[in-house]
Design a protein around this ligand. Structure first.
Ligand code: ASP
Length: 367
């Protein structure tokens, strides 16, 4: 009996040995070896299929105690709806620019955010909208400011980029250009929301009490006023071709006057994208974001100092902007798909989806 077992073992061993030898000629192709070439190939394959998208719906004093469950849910659902639109485009091989603009459109059309429908009111009870977009592949950019009749200002910013010789158009001139390019000009009443009107009236009441006339550093003195400006929307994306893009759209600051323009339409402050580094969209106190050139500074720190996106964003948002006295946040994605959502306020509406379809949605600083 024992002999039979030994014999069987011998047969199994010989069979295996033969198979291995017989396979020898194919060994190279069937069993990949980890040569440098192979590793490079694997990286290239991963990069090819890599993509990601990140959005914000504004930063500010967003506190759980001031939120109802249904409002919180409404924000979460809208953020998810918006990011899924961009993610689908990227998944199907679409461009980062297309994903960014279509995602922003969803938020512009929602009265929840201070962009498009739901934009805040100016001192004169108007809605003046700003937006910008940038293509990281070509470094081309488009922006519009102080438009009052464009339903989706991010689309006009894109058209300025792709169909004009300029980067930034403003006011009625921008609207003339829009009409020429076939945009529908909506009646300014389209942007009216009762909620935003009430916050304007509250802000103006407060301004009277504090003797503010808009010429002093009224905003800095009154913490209540700092909150007159959140709900801006923005998006940054990386597509399967390794191209980055970013865009931002806003109604600006409640009670703004004299055609005040914030950072959102300023390339380098509110929006920046460069395939060599990252794509960034900002939200926060625009005056400070302009002075700190927030979006470009993050990219420049990566390029010149060789730091990671996360480190660059942290230094700009947690150190440089507060040192000037400003607040707010950014969302950004780098050329390898790393994402950061950095802010120094109590909250920032935000969401991120990676190539695997994993979704993160957040509102408060401490979730
Ligand atoms: N940054 C925008 C502005 O200053 C406002 C915001 O992001 O909430 O116009």
């Amino acid at each position: 009996m024992r002999n039979v077992q030994v014999l069987m073992l011998l047969i199994v061993f010989l069979t295996l040995f033969n198979c291995k030898n017989g396979d020898k000629s194919n060994a190279k192709t069937s069993i990949p070896t980890l040569s440098e070439e192979n590793i490079d190939e694997m990286h290239a394959e991963k990069a090819e299929n890599n993509f990601g998208i990140v959005i914000h719906g504004g930063a500010g004093t967003i506190l759980r105690k001031n939120m109802t469950d249904s409002l919180e849910l409404a924000y979460q659902q809208k953020l998810e709806e918006a990011i899924r639109v961009g993610h689908e485009i990227l998944k199907n091989g679409g461009t980062a620019l297309d994903a960014v603009t279509k995602t922003i459109n969803i938020m512009e059309d929602s009265p929840l955010f201070n962009a498009g429908k739901g934009a805040v009111f100016t001192h004169e009870k108007r809605n003046e909208l700003d937006a910008s977009v940038m293509d990281g592949e070509t470094l081309s950019a488009g922006a519009v400011s102080s438009v009052t009749r464009i339903k989706n200002p991010i689309n006009l910013a894109l058209t300025v980029m792709t169909q004009s010789q300029h980067v930034m158009l403003s006011g009625t001139g921008a609207e003339e250009f829009a009409a020429l390019k076939g945009f529908e000009l909506v009646d300014p009443s389209y942007f009216y929301t009762e909620n935003r009107m009430q916050s304007l009236l509250r802000t103006q009441e407060r301004e009277k009490q504090t003797d503010g006339d808009g010429t002093t550093s009224f905003f800095a003195k009154d913490p209540y006023m700092k909150d007159s400006k959140f709900g801006t929307v923005g998006c940054a994306a990386l597509d399967k071709n390794g191209n980055l893009a970013a865009g931002t759209s806003t109604g600006g600051m409640t009670n703004k006057r004299w055609n005040r323009i914030g950072d959102a339409p300023i390339i380098g402050a509110g929006t920046y994208a460069n395939n060599a580094t990252c794509a960034v969209s900002s939200t926060g106190w625009g005056e400070y974001f302009i002075r700190a050139m927030v979006a470009h500074d993050i990219s420049a720190m990566m390029e010149y100092k060789g730091v990671s996106l996360e480190e660059a964003a942290r230094e700009v948002i947690q150190e440089k902007v507060p040192a000037l006295g400003g607040d707010g946040g950014i969302v950004a994605i780098d050329k390898d798909g790393n994402v950061t959502m950095e802010f120094n306020t109590a909250g920032m509406y935000r969401a991120h989806m990676n190539a695997e379809g994993e979704l993160i949605v957040g509102i408060y600083a401490k979730e």
